[in-house]
Write a protein that binds this ligand. Structure first.
Ligand code: IPE
Ligand code: IPE
Ligand code: MG
Length: 249
């Protein structure tokens, strides 16, 4: 990839925030915002696939979102199941592979089965990987990775001294995928809210005030343009060995 300029991030991660405020601004109930949020998901998936993004990771429900009122949680789960049922065939036809990351044990069995079926159906697709983070938390992710490593140590398969960053990374939910190049957070907040804590170490961060249901192709253009203007140093000093935002290690 050296020498070739490519203003497109390989991996985009998105914190889709602002559905509730979108609804409140229109005196609508929060579910109306989540409904329009699903439409915005469809738009960004199609757009990213068309542009040639390799991986798109969407934060759909966090470990902390379980603490919302029970009605909102069950509505979100129903909405998620409906969206999955409605969209999986189209995603498959579009050659998009669907993966899920998060603490699946927290989800109901019916939803888990549908997620597993969608992942299996689309497993061979090559155009783009769509990762949906549901019941996901960055701290959960690192904790479950630590637990897997501990299990292997206890089983005598791994020496404690052999644990290094690659080894831990291999146990994380996004193992095998490149780290996100660009993180987009809509909705005006400038925080990570326990998303991909490990994987975002050198990700370019883009925050915008647009509420998620209003996020469209022009907004995506603006985020990608911002990314194209970054010089990624990865801790080094500027010079010939430093990559532009469009080149990858
Ligand atoms: C994001 O929108 C969707 C989820 C977190 C599930 P919010 O529901 O957080 O919307 P706001 O932040 O209250 O506007
Ligand atoms: C982050 O949004 C989680 C998702 C978008 C799924 P939140 O609305 O939960 O984040 P906070 O509470 O404002 O930090
Ligand atoms: Mg929010």
């Amino acid at each position: 990839m050296t020498g070739r300029t490519r203003a497109l991030p390989r991996h985009i991660a998105v914190i889709m925030d602002g559905n509730g405020r979108w609804a409140a601004a229109r005196a609508l109930p929060r579910p109306a915002g989540h409904h329009m949020g699903v439409r915005a998901v469809k738009r960004i998936v199609e757009n990213c696939a068309r542009r040639g993004v390799e991986v798109l990771t969407l934060f759909a429900f966090s470990s902390e979102n379980w603490q919302r009122p029970r009605d909102e949680v069950s509505m979100l789960m129903r909405r998620f199941l409906e969206a999955l049922d409605q969209e999986v065939e189209q995603l498959h036809r579009n050659d998009i592979r669907l993966c899920f990351v998060g603490d699946a044990q927290q989800l109901n069995a019916g939803l888990r089965e549908r997620m597993a079926a969608a992942a299996a159906l689309t497993a061979g697709n090559r155009r783009m990987i769509l990762v949906v983070a549901i019941a996901y938390g960055g701290r959960w992710d690192i904790t479950q990775a630590a637990r897997s490593l501990a299990r292997r140590c206890v089983a005598g398969e791994l020496a404690i001294e052999a644990i290094d960053e690659d080894c831990l990374e291999a146990q994380l939910a996004l193992h095998g995928l490149p780290d996100p190049d660009l993180l987009i957070r809509t909705g005006g907040e400038r925080r990570i809210s326990n998303f991909l804590l490990w994987n975002l170490a050198y990700t370019e961060l883009y925050f915008c005030d647009t509420l998620w249901p209003d996020f469209d192709e022009q907004e995506l253009d603006a985020a990608i343009e911002y990314f194209g203007g970054r010089q990624r140093r990865f801790g080094r000093v500027p010079g010939p060995s430093v990559r532009r935002a469009d080149e990858h290690p």
